[in-house]
Ligand binder design. Structure first.
Ligand SMILES: Cc1ncc(COP(=O)(O)O)c(C=O)c1O
Length: 424
C-alpha cells in the first residue's frame, strides 16, 4: 500500500516501512516519540523540482525553516541547493554544515542588527530587506564594516494565496514585505545608498498553496515592477518567487511542480535573469513521520481517546492551525473501526494530534505514525512540560542513522543554575 504522495513510506505484510527499514524496528531500538526521515524522498523531490525548471537559469534555496536538521540541510546542499536562512541561528547551522556563504540567503521580517552584521561578516549571497527602515539599517552596518551589501527587496504583491490565514503572507494586511506600489520609490532611494548593491526582487506569498494561479498572478505583478525598474536604470540580476508550494496532508490536490513550471517559465524567459526558489515544505513534508507509542486508551459516553507519547511539543501544527496529519498504525491488524481523538500527554486541551479520527482499535504499546511530519515538525518543537525533544533518524535504503539523539534531562538544564544568594 502506497501512502500519501510518497513512495518511501509503504506497508509490507501490514508493517509500515521507511524505505527498507521497518518503523517498529526503529521504535524498539530508539524509543518514542521518534522522527524518521527518508533520504530518498528528499533527494527525489529536489531533483524533480530542479528538472521541472531545467531550461531556465535557476537556483533552489532550501528553506531550512521547514527542517533544520544538519544532515537534511546537507542532503539538499550536496545536491546543489542553496540555503534560505531566516535567522542567525539558521545561518549558524548552515555554516556548521560547511555551506559556502555565497550559497546562502538571509531572509526574515525582523532581522536584528546582530543578524544583519553576521550575514554581512560572513558575506552571504544576499540579504532580503522587508522595510525601508531595514534597508537603512543594512546600509549603516555595511558602512561600518566597509562592505557593500547585496540586497533584494521583498515585495508584497497583495495576492490571496488561498491557504490558511496564519500562513498567508502576500496580502497587504500581512506583516511581510513592502507593497508593490511603494517598492519602486524604495528601490530608487536604496539605489543611491553608498553601501547597498541592489541585486533582486523577491516575494513569498504564503505556504501550503495548492493552486498555480496565485503564483502566476504574483509573478506577473512583480514582473511589472521588475521592468519598470529596468526602465529607470535599476537592473536586477535575480527574481525570487519564494516557497509555498503545497503538499498532500489529507486529500488536497496540489499542482504538480511541472504545472507550475509550465505556467511560469514563459514569464521567466521574458525576465531573462536568474530565477530563485525557496521551497521548504515541498521538499521535506512527506519525507518524514513522527512515530509515537500509545500509552493508554480510554472512552467516555461521547468519545474515545488514544493517549500517545507524542505531543504538541513534537508536532505543533494540529494545535496552532488545526492542521490535519494522517495517522497510520505501524502495524495494521484490523479495520478502521473506531473514531477517536489522538492526544498527547501535555496539560493543554489543545494538545492533540488528531480529532475524531477513524482508526483501528489501539492498545497500550501500539505504535502510530503521524505522517507528513518532515516539515514544520521538529523545528517547531519545544520543551514545554520539560519534555525532551525526540531523536531524528535518517533512513537511506536499508541503513539508518541517528542524526540527533533524544535530549537528556541534563540538556534541559543547560546553563541554568541555582543561585545560592537568592535562597539565603
Ligand atoms: C521567505 C520565506 N521563504 C520560504 C518559505 C518556505 O515556505 P514553504 O515551506 O511553504 O515552502 C517561507 C516560509 O515561511 C518564507 O517565509
Amino acid at each position: 500500500m502506497l501512502l500519501l504522495n510518497s513512495d518511501v513510506f509503504t506497508y509490507k505484510n501490514n508493517e509500515l516501512y521507511c524505505e527498507e527499514i521497518k518503523v517498529s524496528d526503529l521504535t524498539t531500538k530508539f524509543g518514542t516519540p521518534l522522527f524518521i526521515y527518508s533520504k530518498k524522498f528528499f533527494r527525489d523531490r529536489f531533483l524533480k523540482y530542479q528538472k521541472a525548471f531545467e531550461e531556465i537559469n535557476h537556483t533552489i534555496f532550501f528553506a531550512t525553516k521547514s527542517n533544520f536538521n544538519l544532515n537534511v540541510m546537507k542532503i539538499f546542499y550536496d545536491l546543489g541547493a542553496g540555503i534560505d536562512v531566516n535567522s542567525a541561528g539558521e545561518l549558524f547551522r548552515a555554516l556548521k554544515i560547511g555551506a559556502d556563504p555565497k550559497r546562502l540567503i538571509l531572509t526574515g521580517v525582523g532581522k536584528t542588527k546582530d543578524e544583519i552584521k553576521m550575514g554581512l561578516e560572513n558575506d552571504v549571497l544576499l540579504i532580503k530587506a522587508e522595510s525601508p527602515a531595514e534597508i537603512y539599517t543594512i546600509n549603516k552596518i555595511a558602512e561600518e564594516l566597509n562592505v557593500k551589501a547585496r540586497v533584494a527587496i521583498r515585495v508584497n504583491p497583495n495576492v490571496d494565496p488561498q491557504t490558511h490565514p496564519y500562513i498567508t503572507t502576500g496580502l497587504v494586511q500581512s506583516k511581510f514585505g513592502i507593497p508593490a506600489k511603494e517598492a519602486i520609490e524604495l528601490y530608487i532611494e536604496a539605489s543611491k545608498m553608498k553601501n547597498i548593491q541592489l541585486t533582486g526582487i523577491d516575494m513569498h506569498i504564503g505556504s501550503q498553496i495548492t493552486k498555480v494561479s496565485p503564483f502566476v498572478d504574483s509573478v506577473k505583478k512583480l514582473a511589472e515592477v521588475y521592468f519598470e525598474l529596468k526602465e529607470l536604470g535599476i537592473e536586477l540580476d535575480h527574481f525570487d518567487i519564494g516557497g509555498g508550494m503545497g503538499v498532500v496532508y489529507k486529500d488536497e490536490n496540489p499542482f504538480a511542480i511541472e504545472e507550475l513550471a509550465e505556467n511560469l517559465i514563459p514569464i521567466f524567459k521574458e525576465l531573462n535573469c536568474e530565477i530563485m526558489f525557496e521551497p521548504g515544505r515541498y521538499l521535506t513534508a512527506n519525507g518524514g513521520i513522527l512515530a509515537t507509542e500509545v500509552i493508554y486508551t480510554k472512552s467516555n459516553n461521547e468519545k474515545n481517546f488514544i493517549v500517545v507519547d507524542g505531543a504538541m511539543t513534537d508536532v505543533l501544527r494540529p494545535s496552532i492551525y488545526g492542521a490535519y496529519h494522517n495517522i497510520q498504525p505501524a502495524k495494521i491488524n484490523g479495520e478502521n473501526d473506531i473514531v477517536a481523538d489522538i492526544v498527547g500527554p501535555v496539560c493543554e486541551t489543545g494538545d492533540f494530534l488528531a480529532k475524531d479520527r477513524e482508526i483501528q482499535k489501539s492498545e497500550s504499546g501500539d505504535v502510530l505514525a503521524v505522517m507528513t511530519a518532515g516539515a514544520y515538525g521538529m523545528v517547531m518543537s519545544s520543551n514545554y512540560n520539560a519534555r525532551r525533544r525526540p531523536p531524528e533518524i535518517v533512513v537511506d535504503k536499508n541503513k539508518f542513522y541517528v542524526t540527533r539523539s533524544r535530549e537528556t534531562y541534563e540538556h534541559l538544564l543547560y546553563d541554568e543554575n541555582i543561585i545560592n544568594e537568592l535562597h539565603d
